[in-house]
Ligand binder design. Structure first.
Ligand code: SF4
Length: 244
């Protein structure tokens, strides 16, 4: 069966590095670039994906569906550390559907992810490949350092997402429910307002206060320390290495 390498791009540095790595080694026609849109992103992610498409002469499939906000309203809740339904529904299930689509079309789909051992202690034993649910998962940059990640950008003359220059350590939902305390101060006013509106809406539907972080956004902003103040990587990495 002909192989198809499914690369999920987030607009972040690691998935971009993986895309560049695969473009160096495989024919473009064997690569599929997918972006699983949560609808809760920073606008610069969309423009960065446009930039990658133009610069690398690739097509990135934008896979939408229910948005983060719609999901919270439907579930009458905001996901948290113990109820991480956002990654499962907004990314994992969409990845599964893509894999099934390629199997049904007679291909052998191989998922390629940008996970790295150096990202966090929980990922320190990651290998360069593994099997999940019978599907081969390639993790070609598992042993890379962050310097190597940026080096491959430079080698291909590809800029990194500008959010890193603003102080963000990850690119994905803006913000992620697991954002570091140090990143809360970086949030732009419209994003704070968006969280406030979501908290109000879900609280109203549920009839009890529901907060985006462990506390409401205004208390979170006021506090100099709080949930994840140590910047621990509580990430929500799913089996396909999403939510960088
Ligand atoms: S990036 Fe964060 S908020 Fe977004 S889907 Fe992943 S865990 Fe949920």
């Amino acid at each position: 069966m002909k192989k198809k390498y499914l690369i999920s791009l987030s607009g972040g540095k690691d998935s971009t590095a993986v895309a560049l790595f695969m473009l160096e080694r495989r024919d473009k026609s064997d690569l599929v670039f997918n972006y699983f849109d949560t609808g809760w992103e920073h606008p610069s992610v969309y423009s960065y994906l446009d930039y990658l498409e133009t610069s690398l002469k690739i097509t990135i499939n934008r896979i939408g569906g229910i948005t983060f906000e719609e999901l919270c309203i439907k579930e009458r809740y905001i996901p948290n550390y113990t109820a991480r339904f956002c990654t499962r529904i907004l990314k994992h299930e969409k990845s599964d559907a893509e894999i099934k689509k390629y199997i049904a079309a007679g291909f052998n789909p191989i998922v390629v992810t940008g996970v790295r051992r150096a990202e966090s202690p929980s990922r320190k034993n990651y290998q360069s490949h593994r099997i999940y649910n019978g599907v081969k998962i390639l993790q070609p940059i598992a042993y890379w350092t962050v310097e190597e990640v940026f080096a491959i950008h430079k080698k291909h003359n590809i800029k990194h997402n500008p959010l890193y220059d603003k102080g963000w350590s990850r690119v994905g939902c803006y913000p992620c429910i697991f954002a570091k305390q140090s990143e809360i101060g970086l949030l732009e006013p419209w994003a704070i307002q968006r969280i406030r509106k979501l908290e109000n809406k879900v609280s109203e539907i549920r009839g009890v206060p529901v907060t985006f972080f462990k506390e409401d956004i205004d208390s979170k902003i006021r506090r100099s320390s709080g949930f994840n103040a140590l910047g621990l990587d509580l990430g929500c990495l799913n089996p396909y290495g999403q939510c960088e």
